[in-house]
Design a protein around this ligand. Structure first.
Ligand SMILES: Cc1ncc(C[n+]2csc(CCOP(=O)(O)OP(=O)(O)O)c2C)c(N)n1
Ligand SMILES: [Mg+2]
Length: 354
């Protein structure tokens, strides 16, 4: 038997999950927690979301100028998702995501310079200009990419979960996927394996309402957060345009997973303001729809919340200035860093194993 309560939370009613469910607040309680963050916390989250927004806007500009080639998927509108989750994860946790990945890199502390230079195909980029937008990694930050194959982040993420368990390092893999990815067959296989072996994986579905140009109403049956039901995996839907709601839900979910209960599915309801990629004119939705969604912008909401809490305009302006400088510097670096010489075509192809 399953429980699917009004707040969009699903819990398989095994005895273990019943006890876990007691620990979890309902979504109302989660949303209410937004009224009590400290000013420092608000400023930190605002800064992190703004960095993603401004970075992506600049990447869009450089793409338009022909300085970035190939694919480029922007995260504008979805900032509260990765920022909220990142704010409660631990340093031993690993992260893996799809091709819409610049924000996840910035959130885990990778440098704007290295990311932008990778986008422009320069030596100073994280993959020395050979990987581009979808192929950047950081061993130090436990960021495992950037994957263009839909569903791959879920499968590799499940493997990373296995690795955390095998090494007993108390880490959790946070494996992001899109709403479109959630329909992949391998995702069901992963849910089964992760539940069976109680792997520490937090599956995050970034439901931005479209898989490329196809709306969720047309591509997905049922509720994505409830797709772990048959395997006994709890799932929950959360407002992804509210960074504090995401934070609170992620805290609970990570606690559940880290305590040895096995995987958890968090479906975060969000929206991307831009098309699927830079080459998508987004004709499958109306301008009015996009404008309406922008009215619920997570950064604007946090900004007005800070103003209500008497954070001074100067304080907010100084954050804006700091972010502007970081992004400007990254754009300059990404154009000054050299391109690799032709002989480098033959390097980094095979890895030497001792
Ligand atoms: C295995 C595989 N099938 C198809 C594609 C083509 N493709 C790229 S993105 C995408 C849609 C994925 O849905 P979602 O993650 O919701 O997309 P987004 O919100 O990023 O547009 C598809 C079908 C692919 N990259 N890999
Ligand atoms: Mg999508």
């Amino acid at each position: 038997m399953c429980v699917n309560n009004k707040e969009g939370k699903f819990l398989a009613s095994t005895s273990k999950n019943k006890s876990a469910s007691k620990k979890k607040p309902n979504l109302k309680a989660v949303s209410n927690s937004a009224s009590n963050p400290t000013l420092e916390e608000m400023k930190k989250l605002y800064r992190e979301m703004l960095l993603i927004r401004r970075f992506e806007e600049k990447a869009g500009q450089l793409y338009g100028m022909g300085l970035i080639g190939g694919f480029c998927h922007l995260y504008i509108g979805q900032e509260a998702v990765v920022t909220g989750i990142n704010s409660v994860q631990e340093t031993q946790d690993s992260v893996i995501t799809t091709y819409r990945d610049h924000a996840h890199m910035l959130a885990c502390g990778m440098e704007a310079r290295g990311i932008m230079a990778e986008l422009t195909g320069r030596e100073g980029g994280y993959s020395r200009g050979k990987g581009g937008s979808m192929h950047m990694f950081s061993k130090e930050k436990l960021f495992f990419g950037g994957h263009g194959i839909v569903g791959a982040s879920t499968s590799i993420g499940t493997g990373l979960g296995f690795s955390h368990k095998y090494r007993e390092d108390n880490g959790v893999c946070i494996a992001y996927m899109g709403d479109g990815s959630a329909n992949q067959g391998q995702v069901a296989e992963c849910y089964n394996m992760a539940a069976l072996w109680k792997l520490p994986v937090l599956y995050v579905i970034e439901n931005n309402k479209y898989g490329m140009g196809t709306s969720t109403a047309r591509h997905a049956a049922g509720q994505l957060y409830a797709r772990g039901a048959g395997y006994g995996i709890p799932g929950e839907q959360v407002d992804g345009m509210d960074v504090f709601a995401v934070q609170a839900a992620a805290r609970q979910a990570l606690d559940y997973v880290r305590s040895g209960n096995g995987p958890y599915i968090l479906e975060v309801m969000t929206y991307r303001y831009r098309g699927h990629s830079m080459s998508d004119p987004a004709n499958y939705r109306t301008k009015d729809e996009v404008e309406e969604r922008k009215g619920n912008d997570p950064i604007a909401k946090l900004k007005s919340m800070m103003a209500d809490q008497d954070v001074s305009e100067d304080d907010i302006k100084s954050i804006d200035k700091e972010i502007k400088a970081i992004v400007k510097d990254s754009a300059e670096f990404s154009q000054e860093s050299p391109e690799l010489p032709p002989e480098e075509l033959w390097t980094d192809v095979l890895v030497e194993v001792e």
